[in-house]
Design a protein around this ligand. Sequence first.
Ligand code: RTP
Length: 157
Amino acid sequence: AGVKGTTTERTFIAVKPDGVQRGLVGEVISRFERRGYKLVGLKLLVPSKALVEQHYGDLKGRPFFNGLVDYMSNGKAPVVGMVWQGKDVIRQGRKLLGATNPLDSEPGTLRADFCTAVGRNCFHGSDSHEAATSEISLWFGEKAVFDWKQALEPWIA
Ligand code: RTP
């Protein structure tokens, strides 16, 4: 996921099916763009059950695991996956999203602005450099991520 702490740092951000259904894709893109982050990967897909099970491997055995996998992969609405690049983007991305439980999210964060339920919290963001690396490779693979020269770079970094 790029080099941590530099402008090449990368994170995986997803709009989950509830967020897509509610028309929040643009809102997410807009907030990350305005912050000055660079969009280097973008795709819309219905993920396979296997992909979601791998993505949420840490949560296997939790009571909500099967429901979570089904809601992410059942195809009632797709997921929009993104890779964002920039300084401290992993930590800042989590801040833009807000706490996992929307009821604990600070006002002004995406989850506080749009959600109330932890099981329908609309968005995902990698929580560490290791997670970002494996999630980007799982959802995109290196070839689907495209670095480009951001003209704004000298002004914001
Ligand atoms: P995410 O990966 O989706 O950004 O969430 P997170 O790391 O902040 O939180 P984590 O604890 O890893 O939970 C992953 C996702 O599982 C769902 N969840 N449902 N009690 C529940 O019903 C429950 N708890 C967690 C949420 O979709 C959460 O984002």
